[in-house]
Design a protein around this ligand. Structure first.
Ligand code: ADP
Ligand code: MG
Length: 379
């Protein structure tokens, strides 16, 4: 019996019906493209939310987070959007499933997670997708992968009230081990692109800058609004429709220099995602690594979503031997990702830690990420 099953048994007096999991994710490339109907290419982390679950007869959902050392009881009457607290990520999934017409019976859920929280590695989507995977099977529901991702996103957008794109939930649900997930955010189609970093002779360093996120919600909303306004002025439904070839004309057509910068980021970033897919297909590190650097420059100079800690981390990683590096995630803090020659990730991490100490920043945390499996049943 696992420790989680043990806790489940102690709390409920019964063995769980099963144990399910869903991972956090890191985005290899393609930032702020999802709400522009564009492309991104995340992969799943080995870090995951694991949930032991079993049916309850009283029609309630009793949810324990081992990380929070807290148990919350949710009755059907409590399923009201905007409910505060961590349990709303789980209650939101119940709500979204019921909104979609599924009959969801009461359940006991005991979860634990090793996904860093609030680092931009999608602990929230991992929680939603793990709960959704558990509830779908407990209730005998056969829901296609992308529909699961959409339901989890509905929970986050409409119940929790966080206006995120679909990338996190799609990655947590649909990624497969050894692959990055090329995701077309308009067609909602995916392609599993082999990404075995060992074939490139590199490892993927993920370094959390531990920067306190400030302004992130208002800045995110501003970027979304700017992109939609630019699309309106260009007469397209979404910036996805502006091709790399059409970028020059689009920039000429926009009077506002700020909108021009925002558009340039989105259009060039979409192009970089496609080029990165091609580089992975052909196994070309020489093509892949510079795309990360270009993506970072674009986020820093055109989309203006990086902050000094993040820029310092990227620059230091590169100076310490990373072949390509960029901020990953929504911005204003969070993590960077770097392609580092195999066996040297700690060396690079330590260099960044030294630079942070010198600059008076909080110490960063880092790990080496291997593209891992999407949501599923564990036991
Ligand atoms: P991120 O998804 O980047 O980690 P978010 O702010 O989107 O950051 O989501 C973090 C929130 O998700 C936490 O504040 C908490 O409410 C919830 N959460 C994530 N993991 C857990 C967990 N293991 N137990 C309880 N709540 C969690
Ligand atoms: Mg999140």
């Amino acid at each position: 019996m696992t420790a989680l099953e043990d806790t489940f048994r102690t709390r409920t007096g019964e063995a769980p019906y099963g144990t399910w999991f869903a991972p956090g994710r890191v985005n290899l490339i393609g930032e702020h493209t999802d709400y522009n109907d564009g492309f991104c290419m995340p992969f799943a982390l080995p870090h995951r939310v694991t949930v032991a679950a079993g049916p309850r007869k009283d029609g309630q959902w009793v949810i324990t987070s081992q990380n929070k050392h807290e148990t919350v009881t949710v009755a059907p009457a409590d399923l009201t959007p905007g409910r505060p607290g961590w349990s709303s990520y789980a209650a939101g999934v119940v709500w979204a499933l019921r909104q979609a017409g599924y009959d969801i019976a009461g359940a006991d859920l005991v979860l634990e997670s090793d996904v860093p929280v609030g680092a931009g590695l999608s602990s929230s989507a991992a929680l939603e997708c793990a709960v959704l995977t558990a509830l779908a099977e407990l209730n005998g529901l056969d829901i296609a992968g992308m529909d699961r991702a959409r339901l989890a996103r509905t929970a986050e957008n409409e119940f929790v009230g966080a206006p995120t794109g679909l990338m996190d939930q799609a990655a947590s649900t649909l990624c497969t081990a050894g692959h990055a997930l090329f995701f077309d955010c308009r067609d909602l189609t995916v392609e599993q692109v082999p990404f075995d970093s060992a074939t490139f002779g590199v490892e993927v360093l993920v370094l959390d800058t531990n920067t306190p996120h400030s302004l992130v919600d208002s800045e995110y909303a501003e970027r979304r609004t700017s992109c939609h306004e630019a699309a309106r002025q260009l007469g397209v439904t979404a910036l996805r429709e502006v091709s790399a070839d059409g970028l020059g004309d689009a920039l000429t057509a926009l009077a506002d220099p700020l909108l021009r910068k925002r558009v340039r980021h989105v259009v060039t970033e979409n192009e970089r995602v496609r080029q990165a897919r091609q580089a992975l297909r052909t196994g070309s590190l020489d093509e892949l690594a510079p795309l990360l650097d270009q993506s970072h420059a674009s986020m820093r100079d055109d989309f203006e979503i990086t902050v000094p800690t993040v820029d310092l981390a990227v620059e230091t990683a590169r100076a310490a031997g990373a072949l390509g590096a960029r901020m990953t995630g929504g911005g204003f803090g969070g993590c960077i990702i770097a392609l580092v020659p195999a066996g040297r990730t700690d060396e690079v991490g330590e260099e960044v830690a030294r630079a942070f100490a010198e600059a008076g920043y909080a110490a960063p945390a880092w790990f080496t990420a291997t593209p891992s499996a999407g949501a599923g049943r564990l036991r």
